[in-house]
Design a binder for this molecule. Structure first.
Ligand SMILES: [Zn+2]
Ligand SMILES: [Zn+2]
Ligand SMILES: [Zn+2]
Ligand SMILES: [Zn+2]
Length: 351
């Protein structure tokens, strides 16, 4: 499937679609496309516009990304984000997920990708959401990254401390007059020192994980999270049940809650580690969670941020504080809930 801006690809189709975008070119359209000259004469929408309407996600009514469009067993198109939300909401409400259009049952196993739909989406014109310029979908990523005059950019003297950011088209004027061009050599040295400190902070978490590799003992368990054990509507909290695990000759249980946080009422998972057995000595345990690659979709691999927790245990029944499972974005929580079988990999280090 094309996902690059390959100028040489499909010259005939490109010519045809370009003609669709610009009505002035309609007269040159390939008659076999069944579009343009006749359509324009009849005052009907052009072929690409008609195709576009057919390809919209039936939930959010947006054009899905060509690689992320799915269809129910009856062929209704739903984008990946909407599928994720439908499946997660169904789980949380203990009901089956349905195609919102025809009410047939949907699940990751039943949803399919339609190759023809994906390829058509790559070819359809799509407007840039920032500058509204119209282009083929396959050119959009490059346009947003390097060409769009409305894309958000930082001042090129950001490394010296300038915090200006704005439209690319405004950056030229700003940079010509940027105050940071007037810095003295001492001020530049201070700015470089700050960059150095920020880099040190960035490698800190990596070093922390690296240090844990020399822990006395390391273990990991793939936890099978069962569907909500208990829903408390008052505090809008859902608790998941994880199985008992045996690690470092002790018995443990991970407790997981789904909590509603923030002004946007975003859902987030929080978890704590409880020891069920009586430890023979004080245990200093560090732990963090990741998603096991064998069970999750490639897109999910970086959904959980690496964040180390620490707890001490000397009595049976002790539990660490609940800590939010650090997710990369709100949708990442839904992606986890929408998994056919929710799995979390828990790493534990004994020091
Ligand atoms: Zn959608
Ligand atoms: Zn359907
Ligand atoms: Zn643009
Ligand atoms: Zn500047």
């Amino acid at each position: 499937m094309p996902n690059t801006d390959d100028e040489g690809a499909r010259p005939c189709k490109r010519q045809r679609l370009n003609s669709d975008v610009e009505p002035s070119g309609a007269g040159q359209t390939d008659p076999s496309s069944g579009s343009s000259t006749a359509d324009v004469a009849r005052g009907e929408p052009e072929l690409s516009e008609r195709l576009r309407k057919v390809m919209l996600c039936t939930v959010c009514l947006e054009l899905p990304h060509p690689d992320d469009s799915y269809q129910c067993t009856l062929g209704h198109i739903v984008c990946e984000d909407c599928v994720t939300r439908l499946l997660a909401e169904a789980v949380l409400n203990s009901r089956d997920a349905q195609c919102p259009h025809c009410r047939t049952h949907i699940s990751w196993q039943e949803l399919t990708k339609n190759l023809a739909v994906g390829q058509t989406l790559w070819e359809l014109p799509k407007s840039c959401s920032d500058c509204e310029q119209q282009m083929e979908y396959k050119s959009l990523a490059k346009h947003l990254k390097t060409e769009c005059s409305k894309r958000l950019v930082h001042c090129q003297y950001r490394c010296l401390g300038c915090t200006w950011q704005g439209c690319q088209e405004d950056s030229i004027q700003h940079e010509a007059n940027c105050n940071y061009l007037q810095l003295s050599s001492d001020e530049i040295l201070t700015a470089l020192d700050t960059i150095d400190q920020l880099e040190q902070m960035a490698v800190h978490s990596l070093r922390q994980c690296h240090r844990q590799l020399s822990a006395k003992r390391i273990s990991y368990e793939d936890l099978d999270l069962r569907w909500p054990l208990h829903t408390c509507r008052l505090d809008a909290e859902v608790r998941f049940q994880a199985p008992t695990i045996y690690v470092f000759e002790e018995t443990w249980r991970v407790r997981i809650r789904l909590v509603v946080t923030g002004p946007g009422n975003e859902r987030q998972l929080s978890y704590s580690l409880k020891i069920l057995s009586s430890p023979r000595e004080i245990l200093s345990v560090k732990y963090f969670a990741t998603l096991p690659a064998v069970y999750v979709r490639p897109k999910q691999l970086m959904d959980v941020e690496p964040e180390l927790n620490e707890a001490y245990y000397n009595l049976a029944g002790q539990s660490s504080d609940f800590k939010l499972l650090p997710m990369s974005c709100p949708l990442a929580t839904y992606r986890l809930l929408a998994m056919p079988c929710m799995k979390l990999r828990l790493w534990m280090m004994l020091n």
